[in-house]
Design a protein around this ligand. Sequence first.
Ligand code: DGT
Ligand code: CA
Ligand code: ZN
Length: 643
Amino acid sequence: MAGGSWRLPKARPNGPPYFSRNQVSSALHQMAVLLELSGANMFRTRSYQNGSRLIGSLSQDLGELVASGELFDLKGIGKGLGSAISQAVGEGRWPEDWIRLHDETPEGLIEMLGIPGVGPKKIKMLNEELGVESVADLQESCVKNEVAPLKGFGAKSQQRILDGIDLLARFSARRRIDIGLRYGHTFLSMVEGLDGIMKAELAGSARRRRETIGDLDIVAAVQPDDVEEVTKAILSLKGIADVKGAGDSKVSVILDTSIFDGGFALGHLDANVLDAIGGEDYEQLESGGTMDAQIRMVPPHVFAFTLAYFTGSKEHNIRMRQAAQDRGLKLNEFGLMPETELTGLEAAATSLPATDEADIYRHLGMEYVTPELREDMGEIEASLTANLPNLMDLSDIRGSLHNHTLLSDGEASLEQMAAAAQKLGWSWLGIADHSPTLQVAHGASAEDLLSQHETMQKYNKEWADDGVDFRLFSGVESDILEDGKLDHPDDVLSQIDYVVASVHAMGRWRSRDESQNTEDLLKCLDHPATTVLGHPTGRILQGREGYEIDLHTILESMAEQNSNGILKAVELNASPYRLDLDWRLCKRAKELGVPVVINPDAHSIKGLGDIDYGVMIARKGWLESGDVLNSLSADEMNHRLLG
Ligand code: DGT
Ligand code: CA
Ligand code: ZN
């Protein structure tokens, strides 16, 4: 992310105006920062900073202000800045001294700017006092405890820098599915709307619904004669922070959060997750983040082949090519054809026709494989033998078991959560607020838990009397304590409907080895009150690894209990920060006959919507509606929980 946003933007091909208001504003901001890094005087730095703010908040059209010369009338834009901006916007060239300053500032110093909480002033000081020239240098100095003694730093600040470096490394690589799809769908809909685009689709890991996404891949059908015009149009879309390359029917760009109307906000995060993912710094990193995207333009008759190729996965593609070879054919991004000397689009002229991807599979004697399954996890074999699963979808969801209210750390009341679930069309909602040991989440006392249970009974009776098909189930999210114990006495647990048992003391669990953790979880699952194993590994995607655990053994033990008629379900936590049980193991749970329950772990009304991500991952994990408890009716659920 640091690389993308720290170059001067490239001019649009079809100006003037050659740069947008946002681009000019961010170029000015960068100049202010670089000037500060270089030790320029404060007044000069400040004039760029003010200029950036002024341009960024303009209500008038910057192109017109430049063309008419009115730019110079704006208070705060001096003669120097005014000419620089006019030249850039009107002629497509940044001033020489701006370019020089960018070129002369060492890469490493710019890279350090990406560390949350580290600004130009600090970098300059670290550079002068310790000779620090890169993120790696800085990390080393912190580890050697050289930063803490510096004036204005201290031990706390040194630790914060170390944490920030760690965070930066994680975010520069991949993005979680919620963020990735947000960029992907926004950009795709802008591209789809352009003249000359006949159709366009998201490919790559985003289309396969991987839990994290490296970069976005878009495939578009465009007539060859239109490619040049379409390329220009793509490059003038908003939200493009930089262009990495354009030409040869491929455009590579870097998107930033200016692509989102109304800005970028993360919404409510529960304290546990926020802490694991970097606290306040995380929001700053995410809203200053970027995402790479590539668009490939191909003629319409080639579209299906190119879409299939760039959807991947690489492993799936390799198996597909083999399947083609087995039939004496050659499969690539241009077509499916007999072996030929020709290459590229010329070879494609000899391809079997495909109006969509299903045609490609059909030519190879295979059933259509939905993108989520294209991971070479058995889908090739299943497709060849017509044994692919009939995947569940969002319409199968009738309820979920793990959600919070004001009783612990939720933001909404029981009544608000119930109303929201009904609005989603659900027939039931399970509430599992935190147990007393988890003080950071205001774990509820036994007394409060039982009183909320009474309230739910009252509502359930009212709905039943009124003929409303809706029911609340009262559970608890019990912390798993030493020795796998639950957090309430048995006589309390026996009065409510179910227990979601989850590990929260991550420090302790992560400091122990796999066999100790597994043993404790097995003990906890043996407790008759335990119904659901909550977020089984405790991982936070891009935040922290889970604790070590042998989930195969856990799932096998749960399978045995289920085969004896005792319900033990494993949670697929639908929060995009967790997606835990991992999709690779969902398939294993299914094979073993362990029911999965997709839980949004909602801490607010909006949080219930995370169920979408859970369904995406459930599909990726081969789950059918019969494999998840969420598809049960309220009566069936009642029966499964209470007998
Ligand atoms: P990502 O971006 O790291 O989250 O993952 P993908 O799957 O989007 O991978 P990416 O962006 O490198 O490439 C998109 C697709 O293009 C990939 O899923 C399969 C196809 N592809 C790319 N390189 C190769 C390759 O060397 N061989 C084959 N068979 N397919 C490739
Ligand atoms: Ca990709
Ligand atoms: Zn929870």
